[in-house]
Design a protein around this ligand. Structure first.
Ligand code: ISE
Length: 336
């Protein structure tokens, strides 16, 4: 049995998802690739041996020969397309963020709750990244003791010119907001945000540091620097009462020669998280085949939480004060 997938959006992420589905995930068939830029869609389709192209996003969602929908189109199209997929009763994997507006995220939560079954997965793929999974396991098996703090570093080489300083918070940091919730298994209660002063930032914004508190009394730091220049460097250290766990990144190997130890940083997130994307997409196809929601993949509720924390963080930065994070009540559908 296979899952016929409609892919909507084949920019950087969509093209990567297309290749992963076509080459790395058995049980998935790329039934149709949809993009406003038909030439771009044709190139991706050719590479993935997909016959059918379209520029009608809503149309492909309702096609009878489409079983599931993958959304990798611009952020502001995510919620309308997810709502269409829900009205068609089709499972959907949508790239992060669910929406930059937490109230808009709640529209998806409400629609899915009304359906009474979970069909939405949000592409916070770090849940499938081995180092984060090992941290979660170290808390579950007691080897670290109770979690006390988690320090997170999220550094991009350069952000695109369109990337304002706030997008370091609304576009990049939601990865940490989600994966820290996943690892610690708790919610954030407050956030304080600070921004450095540095010349290199320009319109894309200087580095930001967020200090988050959890309802369990833990402290979480998140540094996002979208102009780190030296490499794509994403890592974390989890501190427990019995010890700590840090990540050996960027590379699983170091080349040692000429009195030097060399590790290379990737230029962007795709090499660093290739395996996480593959596992996420494989897990999603399996959940569609079995009809039971993933135990790891981020739900619409998780997508709402990440966006709500991002909004509070933007408010903290602009008002230069600590902001309490107040979430809506979690519907029963999302209680595992
Ligand atoms: C980008 O959208 C991603 O999702 C990457 O994983 C993240 O590292 C990058 O900062 C974001 O801009």
């Amino acid at each position: 049995m296979s899952v016929r997938v409609a892919l909507i959006g084949c920019g950087v992420m969509g093209a990567d998802h297309a290749r992963i589905l076509a080459e790395d995930v058995s049980g998935a068939v790329l039934q149709v690739i949809c993009d406003a830029d038909q030439e771009r869609a044709r190139q991706v389709a050719e590479h993935c041996d997909t016959k059918d192209l379209s520029d009608d996003a809503e149309g492909v969602i309702f096609r009878k020969d489409v079983d599931a929908v993958m959304i990798a189109s611009p952020d502001d199209t995510h919620v309308p397309l997810i709502l269409a997929a829900l009205s068609a009763g089709k499972p959907v994997l949508c790239e992060k963020p669910l929406s930059q507006d937490s109230m808009e995220c709640l529209r998806v939560v409400e629609a899915e709750t009304g359906l009474g079954r979970r069909l939405v997965t949000v592409g916070y793929m770090r849940r499938f990244d081995l180092p984060y999974a090992r941290m979660k396991l170290a808390l579950e098996d007691g080897s670290l003791g109770r979690a006390v703090m988690m320090h997170n570093f999220h550094r991009n080489v350069h952000a695109p010119p369109s990337f304002t300083g706030q997008m370091a918070i609304t576009n990049s940091a939601p990865h940490e907001f989600d994966v820290v919730r996943f690892v610690l298994g708790t919610e954030f209660s407050a956030v304080s945000v600070f921004q450095a002063k540095c010349g290199v930032s320009g319109p894309t914004g200087a580095p930001v540091v967020m200090i988050l508190e959890t309802y369990e009394g833990q402290l979480v730091t998140v540094e996002v620097n979208v102009n780190a220049v030296y490499g794509y460097d994403v890592r974390a250290e989890l501190v427990g009462e019995k010890g700590s766990m840090s990540m050996n990144v960027p590379s699983p190997v170091a080349l040692n020669r000429d009195l030097t130890s060399l590790e290379r940083f990737p230029a962007d997130w795709r090499p660093r998280f290739h395996e996480a994307y593959r596992l996420q997409n494989k897990d999603w196809i399996n959940s569609v085949l079995t009809g039971s929601p993933s135990k790891i993949g981020a739900s619409a509720w998780d997508g709402y939480c990440a966006s709500a924390v991002a909004e509070a963080s933007v408010q903290s930065l602009s008002e230069n004060r600590k902001i309490k994070i107040r979430l809506a009540e979690m519907p029963k559908l999302y209680r595992i």
